[in-house]
Design a protein around this ligand. Structure first.
Ligand code: SAH
Ligand code: SF4
Length: 415
């Protein structure tokens, strides 16, 4: 089978999920989809093959979404197998699919060659007046994440490793292939799955180049969004590059004491620096900044927080998305009630800030990023979970009183 995909329509009953795959050594062959056209041309030159082979491989990868050497039908078979000897046609060893929201959300759990797990989520949005139907894929840029936001399942997993460009692109090719089977096309890609894209920026940019290259995936830059928790030097680098895609910033709180708790990276780059970098980006690219706020009941949804956010963003070319927190294991928190979110939105709109209240997708299939991978991993013991919950309650209560958390960040984060 070209792409190894299993489909389940509902989560397996608890206690029956397969054991977490053991991390093994990585397949040393690079993923073929991550090669630039020049690198691919170089390989064919070395093998004394004509240049038109590049186009043949590129068409197989990006039109037919080929996942195995057998599918490179335009190539003579010895050449197919030489390619396969040097490269992986598909960097996913296997993929489990779960469908939710009446099949409007498809969550894929991919196992990579070394056993690392990453997730991608495909969301279908039917056409509505004035808007065509959309098929948006949310992809991962790292296995795990070092930032450690406490409401995020990926944050709890910790960091495993950066993904290769091909490992990001193959998430896209898998989804495009599934969509293509029913005559549909992927319309948007968002880097909002597992990981902090700006801490793997070189490879994320290489993946974006392939996605937006008309000769490869051919997705307009306006249909690509990268979300960051606020890695200021990465944001500045993107500003220098000019408009490449939409930048979304995970804001969550406008006050430092609270943002220190919700986005630990805030202790390295405080909220004022993040917003200043976002402003510079908007000014230099002419593109509106999108701010994401995960709404957590009694934690960041108070009137004082709404007013602080309104003061911080007043006058900016910005758009705020308020998203109720997806339930995740091992937190003491839950989503803010809808009327509270609407009230928060009202304060922002009153300050002239464009604000949208989003509904979260795919709760019954664990669509919060990192949730499926977390379920597969070793589970913390009950006392560990209890201590984590108590610590988070104490930290968020202190933050509401305006006290700052001065603990250092984990090694390697925000260096
Ligand atoms: N690391 C990047 C991109 C991946 S996270 C970032 O933080 O921006 C993508 C988005 O999912 C972020 O806005 C994050 O805050 C949000 N998110 C994580 N866990 C969530 C949860 N339990 N409920 C709702 N949104 C969540
Ligand atoms: Fe990492 Fe983003 Fe999750 Fe924070 S919300 S832990 S930055 S993936």
């Amino acid at each position: 089978m070209p792409f190894d995909q299993r489909v389940t329509s509902a989560p397996p009953p608890s206690g029956t999920s397969p054991p977490a795959p053991r991390t093994s050594s990585r397949d040393p062959r690079p993923g073929l989809s991550g090669l630039s056209p020049a690198e691919l041309a170089g390989w064919f030159d070395e093998h004394g093959e004509p240049r038109y082979r590049v186009r043949q491989v590129s068409d197989a990868l990006w039109r037919a979404m080929a996942g195995s050497a057998d599918e490179l039908r335009t190539l003579p078979s010895p050449l197919r197998y030489e390619l396969e000897r040097d490269f992986r046609l598909d960097t996913m060893s296997s993929t489990d699919l779960r469908l939710g929201d009446g099949s409007q959300t498809e969550k894929a759990l991919h196992t990579l060659s070394d056993g690392a797990l990453v997730e991608s989520v495909l969301m279908h949005y039917p056409a509505r007046p004035g808007r065509r139907e959309r098929h948006t894929l949310c992809i991962s840029s790292q296995a795990g994440c070092a930032v450690g936001c406490p409401f995020c399942a990926t944050g709890e997993l910790g960091f495993t490793r950066d993904l290769e460009a091909a490992e990001m692109l193959d998430q896209v090719r898998h989804a495009a292939r599934r969509l293509g089977a029913s005559g549909k096309r992927l319309t948007n890609v968002v880097f909002m799955g597992m990981g902090e894209p700006l801490l793997n920026l070189d490879l994320v940019l290489a993946a974006i180049q392939a996605l937006s290259d008309p000769e490869r995936f051919g997705l307009g830059a306006r249909h690509i969004t990268v979300s960051t928790s606020g890695v200021v030097p990465g944001m500045q680098r993107l500003t220098a590059l000019g408009p490449q895609f939409t930048l979304a910033v995970s804001l969550h709180a406008a006050r430092d004491p609270l943002r220190d708790v919700l986005v630990p990276l805030n202790r390295r780059w405080p909220v004022a620096e993040v917003v200043a970098a976002a402003r510079d980006h908007a000014r230099a690219t002419g593109r509106r900044i999108s701010y994401e706020v995960t709404m957590i009941s009694g934690v960041n949804d108070t009137d004082a927080d709404a007013r602080a956010m309104a003061d911080l963003l007043r006058g900016d070319h910005a758009h705020v998305n308020l998203i109720p927190m997806n339930p995740v294991a091992h937190t003491p928190w839950e989503a803010s009630p809808m009327p509270v979110i609407e009230g928060f939105a009202g304060v922002l709109r009153g300050a002239g800030i464009a604000t949208t209240v989003r509904r979260n997708r795919g709760q019954e299939i664990g669509a919060a990023c990192g949730q499926l991978a977390a379920e597969r991993g070793a589970q913390p013991t009950a006392p560990v979970v209890l201590r984590r919950r108590e610590r988070l309650l104490a930290e968020s209560a202190a933050a509401l009183r305006g006290e700052r958390d001065r603990r250092p960040l984990a090694a390697g984060v925000g260096d």
